[in-house]
Design a protein around this ligand. Structure first.
Ligand code: GDP
Ligand code: IMO
Ligand code: MG
Length: 428
């Protein structure tokens, strides 16, 4: 029977724990694939006390003999990718077989320069707080049909032609608009050719590879980066990333048909965090936020920036469940909520004196809303050793059940610690 694809999607503003969920489910999966974003992502996996942060490699890379794919929708910074591969090789952990889509676009050094220059150029209150990884400018070139793809860095003549015409414009932008030094053709050309030599053994038609895997009955996990509320179409625009993290983006980003997707698993952190600028209705800038940041270790896996923290927002989560067609929730970091007397959960927004149950990603709307909270009982017992739902304290069970009832989506996995085994698996 033809194998199926499942999508792992971030349900909030990223950093929900997608990497660890992919890793914790890895035993049931044959092929792992990333479908969008780039090295702006930082996916943490902890196995036997060793911590790995994947920016470009799929989070299944630690599974021996399995196939890992970087899809056409990902923007690849070859320097970062080669570094990640080398780190794994040095530790003898390069156990999976890697395939890179030739159609994926390359983040060139000037994309990173432009990303930072554009952020500096944006006035006060207008900064997005990007990761500086060149993501926006690379996707701009892609959609402008000027981008350099992985295929191009394998072909010196093609690369020379494309790079020459791109640099004509990029250097004008850098020098005339942003007051930055122009970049030199020769250095970038040579570097890109070197990258091409290192990466060429991995390059293939990734869509075909995935199709053939499914034809032979293999199951595929499509791993999203960022999160639903950072989606360029459905997120809190303009405070978003430049791709489509939502589940619908998965098919486009790897070249798999929607009919091959059997289920979407939304990764939901038991509270909310956000890095960078933009609206965040349940943000707590006081003691609660600080407690969550410290206890949850909420500092960016890519940039090290402190994450903004607050209570779980069910208004936003229901929107995310609808948009992604979530069939299951993987609820992470429930252990971080241990210790509170009471836990708040946002069930509605108040705006212009009225209660609103529907999320709207329009920033002007979100900037005006006040969260309406329901108070839930907290629990004090350490839950990090719990391995079944029944082991959890009653108040923790109530919290999980409340999320299930409100969203209408069953919780299939609960994270009670960052490690692979620190997981409660239910009804998978
Ligand atoms: P991703 O970008 O969605 O993969 O998430 P990140 O790796 O950026 O951030 C999630 C952080 O939470 C990482 O430091 C993980 O090790 C950690 N983490 C994930 N799941 C759990 C959990 O269930 N409990 C605790 N305490 N930490 C977790
Ligand atoms: P993972 O996959 C959290 C945020 C940035 C910024 C905005 C745009 O680890 O969940 P970009 O560099 O993409 O142009 O920045 O998006 N952002 C993330 N926030 N997790 C991520 O990835 C993110 N990737 C980008 O902070 O607000
Ligand atoms: Mg992350």
């Amino acid at each position: 029977m033809r194998g199926k694809a499942e999508v792992i999607v971030g349900a909030q503003w990223g950093d929900e724990g997608k990497g660890r969920v992919v890793d914790s489910l890895g035993n049931r999966v044959d092929v792992f694939a990333r479908y969008q974003g780039g090295a702006n992502a930082g996916h943490t996996v902890i196995v036997e006390g060793c911590k790995y942060v994947f920016h470009l490699l799929p989070s299944g890379m630690l599974y021996s003999g399995k196939l890992c794919v970087i899809g056409n929708g990902v923007v690849i910074d070859p320097e970062q990718l080669i570094y990640e591969l080398k780190m794994l090789q040095d530790q003898g952990k390069d156990r999976a077989r890697l395939v890179i889509s030739g159609a994926a676009h390359v983040v060139m050094p000037y994309h990173k320069l432009l990303d930072k220059a554009q952020e500096n150029f944006r006035g006060r209150g207008k900064k997005i707080g990007t990761t500086g990884r060149g993501i926006g400018p690379c996707y701009v070139d892609k959609y402008n049909r000027a981008g350099i793809r992985i295929y191009d860095i394998l072909d010196p003549d093609k690369l020379r032609e494309k790079l020459t015409s791109n640099l004509d414009i990029i250097n004008l932008q850098l020098s005339r608009i942003y007051n930055e030094e122009p970049v030199a053709f020769d250095e970038i050309f040579q570097q890109a050719i070197e990258w091409g030599k290192v990466l060429s053994p991995y390059v293939a038609d990734a869509s075909l590879v995935l199709h053939e895997a499914m034809e032979s009955g293999k199951s595929i996990l499509l791993e999203g980066a960022q999160g639903t509320l950072l989606d360029v179409d459905h997120g809190t625009y303009p405070f978003v990333t430049s791709s489509n993290p939502v589940s619908a983006g998965a098919c486009v980003g790897v070249g798999v048909a929607p009919t091959d997707v059997s289920r979407v698993i939304g990764v939901v952190k038991a509270y909310c965090t956000r890095v960078g600028a933009g609206p965040f209705p349940t943000e707590d800038e006081g003691e609660v936020g600080q407690y969550l940041r410290e206890k949850g270790g909420e500092f960016g896996a890519t940039t090290g920036r402190p994450r903004r923290c607050g209570w779980l927002d069910l208004v936003a989560l229901k929107f995310s469940a609808r948009l992604n067609g979530m069939g299951a929730i993987a609820l992470t970091k429930l252990d971080v909520l241990t210790g509170f007397d009471e836990i708040s959960i946002c069930t509605a927004y108040r705006i212009d004196g009225k209660e609103e149950k529907n999320f709207n990603s329009n920033v002007d709307f979100l900037n005006k809303v006040e969260p309406v909270y329901k108070l839930m009982r907290g629990w004090k017992e350490d839950i990090s050793e719990c391995r079944s739902f029944e082991d959890l304290p009653e108040a923790a069970k109530e919290y999980v059940r409340y999320i299930e009832n409100e969203t209408g989506v069953p919780v299939c996995l609960i994270g009670v610690g960052p490690g692979r085994e620190e997981t409660i698996l239910r009804s998978l």
